[in-house]
Structure formats: C-alpha cells, structure tokens
Design a protein around this ligand. Structure first.
Ligand code: PLP
Length: 415
C-alpha cells in the first residue's frame, strides 16, 4: 500500500496514519498483532533492539506492540505532538505521569476540580513524599500563588467532571513556561477534536481513550502525548540512562520504560484495535454530541423544575467566553440541579432513553445522580465543599436523535 498522504489536517492524518506500518495482504485495517515475544533473524538485531539502536522494532509486549504503535501514531497525529505512549486505562496513564516524572520532595499544583480517581492518586503521591496543592485553576493567579521553589508540575483537566469547570488554560501555560514546569493537561472530555493542549503550551496531553476517543464504551485505554514544547534537558528527574538521543523524546522514553515496562499498565492489542477503529469517527461524534448536549442544556436551563445547568457553551457558565474561544463546542458532558433534590430519583426513573449507568463517554446517553453514587464516599460535608449539590444529575450525551432525547427529558421533568 502507498505511504500515508502528508496532509496538514490531523483528522485526515489520523485516518491514514497506520499505512506507514504496512498492512498484511492489502488489508486496509492494521492486522491485530497479539504476539508477546518478538524474534529476529540475526542475534545482532536482537541485541540492537535491547540497546535501543533499532527503531520501530519490538521487544516484549509489555513495552508495546505493532498494534499499540499504530494507535499511538493516530493519537500523535490528532494531538499534533512528537510521540505518544498508550496505557491500559486512563488511570494507568495518570499514575505513570506522576510516578515516573515526580520524586519525593517535589511539589505538584493541581486543579481542585479533578476526576475523582485522579484526586485519589494525589493522596497516594502524598504518602510517597510528593507535596500536593489544590487550587482554583480557573484563575492563573491562584495557580501562581500555589507555586513553591520545589514545584515541578501543574496538572489540570480541560473540562472537569461533573461541574464542567474550565481552567485558565492559556494563562497557566504562560506561567509554566516562565517557571520551567511540566504542564500536564487531561484532555479526556474535550478530546483533540475540540482542543489541542499544545496550543496553550502544555508539555503533555493526557487522554483517557476509554471516553471520547474510543467512544463506544467497549474498550479501556489511556495515552500520554508529548507536545514537544517542554525542555527535558532542564528537567532534573530524567534518569541518566534516558538522557540520550533526541531530547524531545526523553520524557516519553522515561514514561515507556518506567511507566509501561516497570509499572506494567500496558494496553492490549485487541483493545488498541477497538480504540483505533472508534477514533476514526471521533470528529463526527464530537460534533454531533456537542450539538445535542447544547440543545439539551438550553432546554434544561429554560425548564422551571431545573435550578442550574452546568455546560461550557451556555452563556451562564462562569468560563463561557474562554471555553468558546478555546474549544468552539462544549463536548458531551453536562450536569444539572433540580430545584427539588427529592425529585432527582423519580425524574431519572421516568426517563426512557438514557441508560442509568456508571460511566460516561458512550454512543448511548448515560445518566447518574452524582451525590449518592460517584461522590458518595466523600460524604455530605466534603460534597458541599466541592460544590456538589445533593440533587446534581450528570448526563453523558450520546448519539440519539436530539428531538427524541429532549422530548424524553421534557416528559420526565413534567411527571
Ligand atoms: C475517565 C477519566 C479518567 C480515567 O480514565 P479510565 O480510562 O477510566 O481509567 C481520567 N481523567 C478523566 C478526566 C476521566 O474522565
């Protein structure tokens, strides 16, 4: 098959990226390669693989396979980065970033509004001697006030779950550049279809592939993409052995060696293939779910039973102007509060289309009452502190016909 076209558009590149790996028997899809071991004709080549002299060859599948490499090339194209390391889950990617790039005594500044399990990992880090400050990242000044001489990294999410808060992404980028800090942006909810963290100076863009990129709720995965903007030569936590060759790859080398090879959270070839297929329709799905989510958000905001709606493309959203300028559309995540918190359960039960389900980022619309489920462990006081109302409902908008979905919500709210 011919080489992939050298097109400027990341979506076109994504669709053709795996051509550069060659396809067996003319297959248009990359064949799934489940091999764990990799053999070579000449022992010199086997030695070369171990010594990192032979590129694009494989060692032991815990460090990656031809199938994960093909997926990684698609994510790199989407993010317009210099390389990507894939992981078994988004959380494996999050843990690898913290555990391989930070050391005891380092200080991390993170947004107060984080995915719950990421917040939990910060507790683990504190147990290992990394100091953590949580700040209101909607203000770059609040982030600046949190910096200390030992600060190494700033971690934020583009659109927080469930409150949809948006950090001052460009302001934090300038701050991190000024102070030489690793700027990690979790791009999971927005995805590279709406936003590329490299445009605001991020060092690393992290995606839970499970959600927007895979999109069909049938595979777990995670990825970290290096934008090429961070100077790893100036970063003290890169091990001596990885300070070789192109310095733009040092961070990724450490993530692959320490984060995949040593920690072992490797994406399987089967799941990498499912995610790669899902990713091909990313732009279409994000355009449609964003349009439906905005229509639903506007409908809910106008309904008398609804107290508040959280969605970045609503004019009432506190960071609306920035979200509009950066993302253009709002993605599939929205939350709303009912005036009567006691009505939360009966309203959800009356809905016919949304699935009352645990997670988010699916082709189907999923719905969950937040306080008694994902924030149950936190308890009422912590919930109040985090701004999680007892009647808050989260919706992950899917691909159903917009008019039918809104009619279903109307019927459920009206009893
Ligand atoms: C879901 C999620 C993760 C974790 O991803 P998994 O693939 O479920 O492990 C990380 N960050 C954000 C923002 C998420 O929504």
């Amino acid at each position: 098959m011919s080489a992939p076209p050298d097109t400027p558009d990341p979506i076109t590149r994504l669709l053709h990226a795996d051509r550069r790996f060659g396809a067996e028997q003319g297959g248009v899809h990359m064949a799934v390669n489940p091999s764990v071991q990799y053999g070579y004709e000449r022992v010199e080549d086997l030695i070369g693989v171990f010594q990192g002299r032979l590129k694009n060859r494989f060692n032991y599948a815990r460090q990656g396979t031809p199938t994960t490499a093909a997926l990684e090339s698609k994510i790199t194209a989407l993010e317009e980065g210099v390389g990507t390391v894939s992981f078994a889950t988004g959380m494996a990617a999050v843990s690898a970033v913290f555990l391989t790039l930070l050391r005891a005594g380092d200080h991390l500044v993170a947004s107060r509004h984080l995915f719950g399990n990421t917040h939990s990992v910060l507790g683990t880090l504190q147990g290992l001697g990394v100091e953590v400050s949580l700040v209101d990242a909607a203000s770059a000044d609040a982030v600046a006030a949190g910096l200390r001489p030992g600060t190494r990294m700033v971690f934020v999410e583009t659109i927080a779950n469930p409150g949809t808060q948006v950090p001052d992404l460009p302001g934090i980028g300038r701050l991190c550049a000024e102070h030489g800090l690793v700027y990690v942006v979790d791009n999971t909810i927005s995805s590279p279809a709406l936003f590329r963290p490299r445009t605001v100076g991020a060092s690393l863009s992290l995606n839970s592939l499970t959600k927007t990129i895979a999109g069909h709720g049938n595979a777990l995965g995670g990825a970290v993409t290096d934008t090429g903007l961070f100077d790893w030569q100036a970063y003290p936590n890169i091990f001596e052995g990885y300070r070789q060759g192109d310095a733009k790859q040092w961070g990724l080398t450490q993530l692959r060696k320490k984060g995949l090879r040593d920690l072992g959270g490797t994406l399987s070839a089967d799941h990498a293939h499912r995610i790669a297929v899902g990713a091909e329709t990313l732009a279409l799905r994000v355009a449609q779910t964003s349009a439906t989510a905005l229509a639903l958000a506007r409908f809910l905001e106008s309904h008398p039973a609804v107290a508040r709606v959280y969605y970045p493309m609503l004019e009432s959203h506190p960071q609306h102007a920035m979200a509009r300028a950066l993302f253009g559309a709002g993605a599939w995540l929205l939350s709303f509060e009912l005036r009567d918190p006691a009505a939360c359960i009966p309203v959800i039960n009356r809905l016919q289309i949304p699935v009352k389900a645990t997670g988010m980022g699916d082709t189907r619309t999923l719905i969950i009452p937040v306080a008694p489920t994902i924030f149950w462990e936190a308890g009422p006081e912590k919930r109040a502190e985090m701004g999680i109302a007892e009647g808050l409902i989260r919706v992950s908008v899917g691909l159903e016909r917009e008019s039918e979905l809104i009619a279903d919500f109307a019927a459920a709210l009206d009893g």
